[in-house]
Design a protein. Structure first.
Length: 353
């Protein structure tokens, strides 16, 4: 891979991928409208590593059209990633335009220029009511599956989990983009691959309550900000798997080298059974790292679209790419903590607005 274009390249994932591709010797262009608070700081990191920045908006096809140069791969990483949009009555038009229309503009640009596409999708394509309706047992610190069903069991949620049901507007836009990209791959013989990712975490994530929960939890401990266990009884026993962004980068580098083989295949990508935590387990690690032992509030009422348990079953992804997650939960949080300490002055205003 000689030349990579990353849309949303000044976001958490995009900027980390940009740095990884620069490290591997590729020319990297990051395209971003800098709408995410703090993305201008991540842009500086990419520039510092020799990346090129183009300011533009994926909702505007003309911004994409004026991109100069030849590209071997487009990695589509831009999104409004909040799962809460639409759940509190707010207008969904911004999200639909940004995530759905925006990614379709990217695919159309790639079709016209014959540039292969790697699309970052999300585990939020799976319907939340159907997951929460499965049977779970409660241990001292977490929920665990108490049954197996198609696509569901102690090994995680797999590609064959039934897709019927509400998934949030965010999840719906990503699923729609997946389907359209698969059509592009088939109808136009366009090399394309979809990574369906569960929670990503690690350094340079500007975590918020509705996106980047592990970094948010750690940053609240670090900056002594109040926290509450919300939903499922208010004990913090809900579980997510988490993947270190550098583990993701290792995978994407391997996939990029073989992109010509794929025509829209979906790969499950997450920390999986190897790396997952409940919120109250996360609290213990955050307390140990920061030395701050603050009280955490309890709000037993469930929040819309929230999940009792999600662990990604990576299925065939590890064998297909000779890849597996290497960085466990404690290392992910420790790396994030070290980054926070090192860059506190720059990022404090993002975490404590
Ligand atoms: N972070 C996660 O845990 C996670 C998990 C699964 C999937 N994903 C997917 O990965 C991708 C990247 O997520 P992230 O965590 O890096 O998010 P992020 O918010 O950190 O980055 C998104 C970037 O896109 C830019 N952007 C937003 N709208 C744009 C537009 N219209 N035009 C140009 N740029 C625009 C933002 O300024 C930001 O820099 C998203 O598609 C998301 O759905 C993320």
């Amino acid at each position: 891979m000689k030349s990579i274009l990353i849309t949303g390249g000044c976001g958490f994932i995009g900027s980390n991928l940009a740095v990884a591709f620069r490290h591997a010797g590729a020319a990297v262009t990051v395209f971003d409208n800098l709408s995410r608070r703090g993305s201008e700081l991540l842009m500086l990191r990419v520039l510092d590593r020799g990346g090129r920045f183009v300011r533009g908006d994926i909702r505007a096809p003309e911004d994409l059209d004026r991109l100069e140069g030849d590209f071997d791969l487009l990695i589509e990483c831009s999104a409004e990633p909040s799962v809460l949009v639409g759940t509190q009555g707010a207008d969904a038009r911004f999200m639909l335009n940004n995530n759905l229309v925006g990614s379709l503009n990217c695919f159309e640009w790639a079709r016209a220029r014959r540039v292969p596409v790697l699309f970052l999708s999300t585990s939020r394509v799976y319907p939340y009511d159907a997951i929460n309706a499965r049977s779970f047992r409660e241990t001292r610190t977490r929920f665990e599956p108490a049954e197996t069903a198609p696509g569901f069991g102690p090994g995680g949620i797999g590609l064959d989990f039934p897709l019927a049901g509400a998934r949030s507007l965010y999840g719906a836009t990503k699923l729609a983009s997946e389907i359209i990209l698969q059509e592009y791959a088939r109808q136009y013989d366009l090399p394309a691959l979809i990574d369906r990712c569960s929670v990503l975490a690690g350094p340079w994530q500007l975590g918020k309550v509705d996106q980047g929960v592990f970094t948010h939890w750690l940053a609240c401990h670090y900056f002594n900000k109040p926290l509450t266990y919300i939903g499922f009884g208010g004990h913090g026993k809900q579980v997510r798997d988490l993947l270190h962004v550098e583990d993701l980068a290792d995978l994407v580098l391997k996939q990029a080298a073989r992109i010509g083989e794929f025509r829209g295949e979906i790969f499950q990508v997450g920390g999986s059974v190897f790396a997952n935590l409940s919120l109250c387990e996360t609290t213990e690690i955050c307390r140990a790292l920061t030395g701050h032992r603050m009280d955490i509030g309890m709000d037993p009422a469930d929040r819309p679209a929230d999940l009792r348990w999600f662990v990604m079953d990576n299925g065939g992804t590890p064998d297909r790419f000779d890849w597996r997650p290497h960085r466990g939960p404690k290392q992910i949080l420790k790396d994030t903590y070290d980054w926070l300490r090192q860059h506190e002055a720059s990022f404090k205003k993002i975490f404590t607005p």
